[in-house]
Design a protein around this ligand. Structure first.
Ligand SMILES: [Zn+2]
Length: 244
């Protein structure tokens, strides 16, 4: 059995996935791979000859963002050759849980290319079950060691949560997932801008939800095989700032 980032290879992952959620927990993850002392978290995917640790991954992202801000983009990993290389296998060095907002495309603002980022985008960068499942795949199966929860200035989804007005269709479903973050705004943050405060609170809240609602992510964090970092994107300047 191939182990990737302390868990199981994708072939076994999918075989076990077919057994249902409980079976995955009890057999594949709740068994020796997580709880057994003999099964210390293994090295990242041995097939990846160049694994990128979380600190370096964050540096790559911030360096790329600096290139973007200063209009010195390198447009890396966008050649036909690189396309063909990553067609064989992907080892994205970072995963992004970002907002679906059209002004925050991860590969552009971080100046990255094909196979570099595993990007999950949903309005308000909400840590939904679908988003969590995607990020579990990126980390436990593909070996990514960094998740960045990327919120942004003047996020419409956060603004709607502040307004707290009725919304049609399923828009309210997104906004309801942000509202619990607003309770934390007053006590912890003070940028002087109500929307910015709420955006930052939401980044922190969704980052906490990732580990609270995912045994896989929590275990990887505990084992030092994963970092989850919050970051704020300023749509006026293009600059990304990590949030402590
Ligand atoms: Zn947004």
């Amino acid at each position: 059995m191939t182990r990737i980032n302390g868990f199981i290879g994708r072939r076994n992952f999918f075989r076990l996935a077919g057994m249902g959620g409980f079976a995955i927990t009890a057999t594949a993850l709740g068994g020796s791979l997580i709880w057994g002392k003999e099964a210390a978290i293994a090295d990242v995917n041995s097939a990846n000859t160049n694994p990128v640790n979380s600190n370096l991954a964050l540096q790559y992202l911030l360096d790329g963002n600096q290139r973007f801000v200063h209009q010195r983009r390198l447009y890396p990993h966008q050649s036909l050759q690189h396309l063909q290389l990553v067609a064989k296998a992907q080892y994205p060095f970072a995963a992004i849980l970002g907002c679906a907002d059209s002004r925050v495309p991860a590969e552009i603002v971080f100046d990255q290319g094909l196979g570099d980022l595993f990007v999950v985008r949903v309005a308000g960068n909400v840590a939904s079950d679908m988003a969590i499942g995607s990020l579990e795949y990126a980390t436990a199966v593909l070996g990514t060691q960094l998740i960045v929860v990327l919120g942004h200035r003047r996020c419409g989804a956060v603004a709607e949560a502040i307004k707290n007005a009725p919304l049609p269709g399923r828009i309210g479903y997104v906004v309801e997932s942000i509202k619990p973050a607003l309770a934390k705004v007053k006590s912890t943050i003070g940028t002087g801008d109500r929307n910015d405060d709420a955006v930052i609170a939401n980044i922190q809240y969704q980052a906490e939800k990732l580990q609270q609602n995912s045994m896989i992510l929590a275990q990887l964090l505990h084992a030092g095989k994963l970092k989850i970092v919050g970051a704020y994107y300023d749509i006026d300047t293009g600059k990304v700032s990590a949030i402590a």
